[in-house]
Ligand binder design. Structure first.
Ligand SMILES: [Fe+2]
Ligand SMILES: [Fe+2]
Length: 258
């Protein structure tokens, strides 16, 4: 089976990067399943049902999210309609939506679990213990974890914690792609962060001016998605065999100049 995981898609620019580069990537890598992190797809903050449908039309099979899941007011109500979208499984008890999803493709089960870290992040339960609980319910097929976290150390620790128990752990949230993709000693494919889709010359997808001012003066500034300039598309492709062993993987970073 061939899987493509697309990094955080940032606003209209990120969606444009996906429509620009995904057809070429699909042709070259022929993924059976496409996963994408969409927590910033709506104006840089959150997701709407209309944008969810847009991605479904682009054949995105599974959508993951993170700390921005509730940024758009409508999501609390519309998440129940978004069957192929998951939010972090270890968010506090009682929030709407599902934290993992299993789909069937080519007669095989493929599960994605979305978890969120606790270092420099908001309120959540322990992602390690939550994983153990979910793992008891999912035994068949290939499991991938989208670990949404700020700290590289937490993601690295989680990778070793689940090494040999899942097929792949792909990090999201920092919007900066790491070049550490590899198969861990017990067979789990791991990448600390898959990166983002959006404007190349931006501060993690946003116009540069406001973050620079905020860092320098500490004054409140509204962040806007960068709409100018070159596009960037970051993703991780991987393939596994019938025994769920990783047989191939490649980190993708494409810009409009390529
Ligand atoms: Fe993000
Ligand atoms: Fe995030």
């Amino acid at each position: 089976m061939r899987i493509l995981h697309i990094g955080d898609i940032i606003g209209r620019t990120g969606r444009k990067a996906v429509t620009t580069f995904l057809p070429k990537v699909r042709q070259e890598f022929m993924p059976d399943i496409i996963v994408a992190n969409v927590e910033n797809a709506s104006g840089g903050f959150g997701i709407t049902y209309a944008i969810y449908e847009e991605f479904r039309r682009l054949d995105v099979d599974i959508m993951t999210t993170g700390n921005h899941i509730w940024d758009n007011r409508e999501t609390e109500g519309s998440i129940v309609k978004m069957d192929n979208l998951i939010r972090p499984a270890n968010l506090p008890e009682g929030v709407p939506g599902n934290g993992f999803i299993t789909i069937e493709k080519n007669g095989q089960e493929f599960t994605v679990i979305n978890l969120i870290g606790r270092v420099f992040m908001g309120l959540s339960d322990c992602p390690f213990r939550k994983f153990d609980k979910i793992k008891e319910q999912v035994n068949d097929g290939f499991i991938m974890v989208d670990f949404h976290g700020e700290a590289t150390s937490e993601k690295n620790a989680f990778g070793y914690y689940v090494d040999g128990k899942v097929g792949a752990v792909v990090g999201t949230h920092t919007h900066v792609q790491t070049s550490d993709e590899r198969v861990l000693p017990k067979g789990t494919l791991f990448q600390t962060d898959v990166g983002m889709c959006g404007a190349l010359n931006s501060v993690i997808g946003m116009e540069k001016e406001a973050p620079i001012e905020r860092f320098m003066k500490g004054m409140p500034r509204k962040f806007e998605v960068e709409k100018r300039g070159e596009l960037m598309f970051n993703a991780l492709f991987f393939e596994y065999n019938d025994n769920s062993e990783i047989t191939d993987f490649k980190r993708l970073s494409i810009t409009s100049g390529d």
